[in-house]
Ligand binder design. Sequence first.
Ligand SMILES: [Zn+2]
Length: 246
Amino acid sequence: VKGGTFLKESLSFLIEVQKIDSSIGRIYGKKKDLPEKLSELQGAFAKANNELSESREKIDELTGNHKEKEDSLKKGQELLKKTKARQFEVKTNKEYEAILKEIESIEEKNSQAEDQIIVLLDEIDRCRAAFVHTEKEFKEFQLRYESDKKKIEDELATLDSELQILQEKSDVVRQKIDKALLKKYEAIKGLNKGLAVVPAWKEVCQGCNMNIPPQLYNELQKTVQLITCPNCYRILYWEDQNAESH
Ligand SMILES: [Zn+2]
């Protein structure tokens, strides 16, 4: 490809097609990353949900234990009452001593049950407070989760249509480029992770950040022939980046 105007035009098409292709590459990247992000998010939500359920189950379990202990204490108190009544019916000292021992043992058991009930009630209080905290955190997380999830799903839904539009654009521009040049572009792109056309500024190739020999850089500014980077082989174009940023 030679000749100033023709080359300038070809280069501008190449730059355009490169921009579109880079956008296409970013979309493919998102199409790969977003489902992973989504499944990570869903995993974190399932874990938080599970923690909340476990916290609730723990309270249910302790409440069940508490009820059992209260029932058995109640039975113990009834037994104590009956046993105490029996002490007036005994005939011998031996029988009386036996009953006293029995009463003592029942009282001991009841007292242990009372202690266990106090411990259980304390634990239930602690678990309920922890549950309130976990539930508050969960609800906050749930709001964030739902909005993040929706964002990702919306983004994924629009990617395919964006991709289609870009591919159509790319095809249109490609048709304007000389076939041999396009072939060269594709080959360089294949070697350089999708980047074949890069600007050069201040004698530096912005594809590989290596210096371009001054003479080649001068040639590049004239735009009379297609110049590739001697280091990364990408197609170069000169871009006045001072002019762009001011
Ligand atoms: Zn380079």
